[in-house]
Design a binder for this molecule. Structure first.
Ligand code: ZN
Length: 172
């Protein structure tokens, strides 16, 4: 199957061109080391290539140094438009506006994340659970369980400054 094709290919460009020999050697290496190597290689390359948005000093204090913005000061604590909240640093989609609710705590609150978008870690304070962007590790805030705000009984308490809001495209 694939190996037969490859054999045919290699006899077709049987030349003394060193470049073509080198190219064939690469294909042979790929063929015998297996596809997974190639996949991992591509994955690492794409990770490296990913460019993070340059942060302001204020953004860095929260997103990198895990600070907390003052309550009732952020852009999104009392903001109810339809759309998606994305990571300020890498742009990964984190939350949908449908999950946002009023917790009167002064920070944007969500009772659910976009599947796989948010990572939970024990906070350095030994009590709370920190939440980070699963893609780039940006600090988002903390998650609290069992407070009874919504049916899901979860509150992601997120710094506005850690997110960008992307409005849904309005209906034509
Ligand atoms: Zn991110």
């Amino acid at each position: 199957m694939m190996s037969i094709n490859f054999e045919k290919q290699s006899t077709l460009d049987e030349t003394s061109n060193p470049e073509s020999i080198k190219g064939r050697q690469c294909i042979t290496d790929w063929f015998f080391t297996g596809h997974s190597m190639v996949v991992i290689g591509d994955f690492l390359a794409s990770k490296e290539k990913q460019e993070y948005r340059k942060l302001t000093k204020e953004e860095e204090e929260i997103i990198v140094d895990k600070g907390t913005e003052a309550p009732f000061t952020g852009e999104y604590y009392a903001f109810w438009k339809r759309g998606t909240y994305a990571c300020k640093r890498c742009g990964a989609a984190l939350y949908r506006s449908e999950s946002k609710f009023e917790a009167d705590c002064g920070w944007p609150s969500f009772d659910d994340e976009i599947p796989g978008a948010v990572k939970r870690l024990p906070d350095a304070d030994g009590v709370r659970t920190e939440i980070q962007c699963a893609n780039c590790g940006a600090h988002l805030g903390h998650v609290f369980l069992g407070e009874g705000f919504t049916k899901k009984n979860v509150r992601h308490c997120v710094n506005s400054i850690s997110m960008d809001f992307i409005p849904d495209k309005s209906e034509p």
